[in-house]
Design a protein around this ligand. Structure first.
Ligand code: A2P
Length: 337
C-alpha cells in the first residue's frame, strides 16, 4: 500500500476482547496511527476507550464508517466481516479480518507473518487473520516442516474462554463464584457449565462429526503452510481458563527426528520460545503465556513407538498472537515495516 508517515486506522469491534487488545498492541508497538476510529454496535456508541493517554469515543459501525480510512482491523464476528469487509475495500481501505468469514476464500491471503508473509501481495483488499488455535500450532509446526516434512498432526486443544469474547470471560467469573457458593451455574454463552468443567465442543458441529473449529485447524493449517498433503486430526476443547490456549500436539514426519535439532530449529524460529526444563518444573503454561507475544513450546519428546513422531505442548495468548498481535503484524508488513 501507499506509504505514509501515519495512517488512518479503524478497529471494528473495538469494545470486544480482541478489539481492546488491538488498541493496546497498536499503542505498545507504536504503530504509526494518525487517527484511530473505534467502531462497534449501536449499544456501545458514545462510550470511550483509552488510547495513547487519551479517550476515543466509540462510533456505531455504518456503511460510511470507512471513508478516509487506510487500514481497518475487523474483529466483530463473521457476519459483520462478510457484510462490511467489501464495503471497506470499496472505500479504498485494506482490511485485516480476524473472523473466519474470508479465510478460505482462494483470493484472500491467510497470513501468519513469520510463515507466509510473501502471500500478502500489495494490492488493496482483504487479508485474513487465521484462527487462534491454528496460529499457535503452525508457529511451532513451520520449523519442523522445513526440516522434516510433516505427514500428519494429531492435536487436542485446551482453549480459554476469552476466545469466545467478553461475555464468556464474564460467564466464567460469575459461574465460578456461583458454583463455589453452592448456587446454579446458569450457562448462557456455552451449552453447559464451563466453571470446573471441560467442553469438547467449540463452534458448531458439522455433518462429519467434527466441529467448525476443528475443521478450521485442518483447512487453515494446509493453507498457511502451503501444503495440502498435511493431515490434521483435531479435538478442540474449551477449558475454564481466562486467557491463553494450550495444545497437545503429536506430529508424524517423513524422516526420523533428532530432538536436539528440533529444539534448535524451534529456538531459532522468530516468535517461538522454547521452555522445556521439566526437571525444574519449567514448561509452557497458560498463566505464563497470557500477556506475552511469544508462542511457548515445551514437553518436547520423541514418540515411544515411532522415531518419526514428535510430541509437544504449545501455549499462546489467544488474544495476542492468536488474534490482535498477528493482525497488527500483518498491518506492519502492509506499511513496509
Ligand atoms: P458491542 O460491544 O457494541 O456489542 P466480543 O468478541 O468480545 O464479544 O466482541 C465483539 C465485538 O463486536 C464488540 O466490539 C461488539 O460491539 C462488536 N459487535 C457485535 N455486533 C456488532 C454489530 N452489529 N455492529 C458492530 N459491531 C458489533
Amino acid at each position: 500500500m501507499k506509504q505514509k508517515e501515519a495512517y488512518e486506522v479503524a478497529v471494528v469491534g473495538a469494545t470486544g476482547a480482541v478489539g481492546r487488545t488491538m488498541l493496546s498492541i497498536l499503542e505498545e508497538r507504536d504503530f504509526p496511527v494518525a487517527n484511530l476510529t473505534c467502531l462497534a454496535s449501536a449499544r456501545s456508541a458514545g462510550s470511550t476507550l483509552s488510547f495513547r493517554g487519551g479517550e476515543i469515543t466509540v462510533q456505531e459501525l455504518t456503511e460510511s464508517s470507512f471513508n478516509g480510512i487506510d487500514i481497518a482491523l475487523f474483529s466483530a464476528g463473521g457476519s459483520i466481516s462478510k457484510q462490511y469487509g467489501p464495503i471497506a475495500v470499496a472505500a479504498g481501505c485494506i482490511v485485516v479480518d480476524n473472523s473466519s468469514a474470508w479465510r478460505m476464500d482462494p483470493q484472500v491471503p491467510l497470513v501468519v507473518p513469520e510463515i507466509n508473509v510473501s502471500t500478502i501481495g500489495d494490492s488493496p483488499g482483504i487479508i485474513a487473520n487465521p484462527n487462534c488455535s491454528t496460529i499457535q500450532m503452525v508457529m511451532a509446526l513451520k520449523p519442523i516442516q522445513d526440516l522434516y516434512k510433516i505427514k500428519r498432526v494429531v492435536v487436542s486443544t485446551y482453549q480459554s474462554v476469552s476466545g469466545s469474547g467478553q461475555k464468556a470471560i464474564e460467564e466464567l467469573t460469575a459461574q465460578t463464584r456461583a458454583v463455589l457458593d453452592g448456587n446454579p451455574a446458569n450457562p448462557e454463552v456455552y451449552p453447559h457449565q464451563i466453571a470446573f468443567n471441560c467442553l469438547p465442543h467449540i463452534d458448531v458441529f458439522l455433518d462429519n462429526g467434527y466441529t467448525k473449529e476443528e475443521m478450521k485447524m485442518v483447512n487453515e493449517t494446509r493453507k498457511i503452510m502451503g501444503d495440502d498433503s498435511i493431515e490434521v486430526s483435531p479435538t478442540t476443547v474449551r477449558v475454564p481458563v481466562m486467557v491463553a490456549h494450550s495444545e497437545s500436539v503429536n506430529v508424524e514426519c517423513e524422516r526420523e527426528l533428532n530432538l536436539t535439532e528440533v529444539r534448535e530449529c524451534l529456538t531459532a524460529f522468530p516468535g517461538v520460545k522454547v521452555i522445556d526444563t521439566p526437571a525444574n518444573n519449567e514448561y509452557p503454561l497458560a498463566s505464563s503465556a497470557a500477556g506475552k507475544d511469544e508462542v511457548q513450546v515445551g514437553r518436547l519428546r520423541i514418540d515411544l513407538a515411532n522415531p518419526r513422531v514428535l510430541n509437544f505442548w504449545v501455549v499462546g495468548d489467544n488474544l495476542r498472537k492468536g488474534a490482535a498481535l498477528n493482525a497488527v503484524q500483518i498491518a506492519e508488513k502492509l506499511i513496509g515495516q
